[in-house]
Design a protein around this ligand. Structure first.
Ligand SMILES: Cc1ncc(COP(=O)(O)O)c(C=O)c1O
Length: 407
């Protein structure tokens, strides 16, 4: 994250007391100690000090709701937007709206595209392009809005495993060319920054440039997993719209995300799907009041920045250590036959991903077929407490069977 200097990173470390391992354990002591949640990406994890900050905001609201509404809420959300603007290198806080989650951001962008069909700016058959690996809910949104409005949806198929950025760029280019046959216009590209399944970093900057060259009207990057995970620079990426969840890798509680909309003539026609008092005052203002509700999760960003600063190197340091931990974890799993067996089970939703990592990283196991008995009461399972954990986590005990695989 290039421009974190004022609020984050090594420059502020001198004045901040570095977090200790005991404090880290205490920050997450409300987590179930019997489960190692390696899937942080789905929901994120709220540290205790941030949850406490959130509760302070909730109590402030309950103490005097009118005062909170008239004097605190707007400036506090503005502060969140300003911090996000710095984090993502946007030009202006007005380009940043705070929304509940990436799904809401999708709805805002897709609703905008849909109106262009209804107002005959777009013709039936004009297209929206997205990756085949797009998040399931996003795909459903695209179909719910665009197909119903008479638009055509193009899915870009990517090879599996994805071995290089150039594979992605090649396939995207091919799909764009094919999509444009018969003079079809591509009105919107929806591109993941980090795909959910399989987890691949997409070369968004290159794809944005390609979309511009090929005349795609608008480009929306779904960076649901991106902030706190990879460097973000809106000016460098160059998309029209960009969303990321703050709750996944940035330690905000649910529900908090941002939608960046590059300043343009059309940006005043973007609206929150929940219409309330602020309608017509710009998307950032509309999103800051969508009716009476709990906004506290969107107000804790200043405390989150303080929390991040307690780690060596701030968010950049966390990203680096996460990366190293993932590689070390992969090494560990790849060298464990038990995990290769469990994770290689294609019937266990979600974890076949790791088998794919095996392919991706090119690990080869010597070729010999053996059988493991994975039932909860099998001697092998009993000998491996971590396997019992996996069984419980993934409900394997409900599907007793032997699994045969190659080693
Ligand atoms: C790539 C991607 N897009 C969108 C979403 C939806 O996020 P949310 O449930 O916060 O709306 C997710 C959720 O994990 C995701 O992985």
């Amino acid at each position: 994250m290039g421009s974190l200097v004022p609020v984050n990173g090594a420059t502020t470390q001198d004045s901040v007391k570095p977090i200790t391992p005991e404090e880290i354990r205490s920050e997450f002591s409300h987590h179930d100690p019997t489960v190692a949640r390696i899937n942080n990406g789905s929901f994120g994890c709220g540290p205790a000090s941030i949850v406490a900050a959130q509760q302070r905001h909730q109590l402030l609201f309950l103490r005097q709701p009118d005062y909170f509404y008239f004097n605190i809420l707007k400036p506090s959300i503005f502060e969140t937007r300003r911090l996000i603007q710095t984090l993502i290198n946007a030009d202006h806080p007005d380009e940043v709206s705070v929304v509940d989650n990436a799904t809401t951001a999708d709805a805002i962008v897709l609703q905008h595209t849909t109106w262009s069909f209804f107002s005959s700016n777009f013709q039936p058959g004009d297209a929206v392009i997205m990756l085949h690996y797009a998040y399931g809910a996003v795909k459903k949104s695209v179909h719910a809005y665009i197909s119903r409005a008479g638009g055509h949806v193009i899915e870009v198929h990517l090879p599996f495993p994805v071995k290089s950025s150039s594979d992605i760029i090649f396939e995207f280019q091919k799909a764009l060319q094919k999509g444009k046959t018969n003079g079809r216009k591509i009105r919107l590209a929806v591109i993941d920054h980090i795909t959910s399944m399989p987890c691949v970093i997409i070369p968004v900057k290159e794809l944005v440039r390609m979309c511009r060259e090929e005349g795609v009207d608008k480009i929306f990057i779904d960076g649901a997993h991106a902030i706190g995970n990879v460097d973000l620079d809106m000016k460098d990426i160059g998309a029209d719209f960009y969303t990321s969840n703050l709750r996944k890798w940035l330690f905000c509680p649910p529900s908090a995300a941002f939608l960046y909309c590059k300043m343009s003539e059309e940006s005043s026609d973007l609206h929150h799907p929940v219409v309330s008092h602020e309608y017509g005052n710009g998307l950032a203002m509309e999103s800051a009041w969508i009716g009476t509700r709990d906004y506290s999760s969107q107000l804790v960003l200043p405390e989150v920045m303080e929390f991040l600063n307690r780690f060596e190197g701030g968010i950049d340091g966390i990203m680096q250590r996460n990366h190293e931990a993932v590689l070390a974890g992969c090494e560990h799993m790849m060298s464990s036959l038990i995990y290769n067996a469990v994770l290689g089970d294609p019937e266990v939703e979600g974890i076949s991903l790791f088998t794919r990592h095996t392919e991706f990283f090119g690990y080869k196991l010597p070729g010999k077929t053996i059988k493991f008995d994975f039932r909860l009461d099998s001697p092998l399972t009993k000998a491996q407490p971590d396997m019992i954990q996996s069984h419980r986590r993934y409900g394997l005990h409900t599907t007793p069977r032997n699994i045969e695989f190659e080693i």
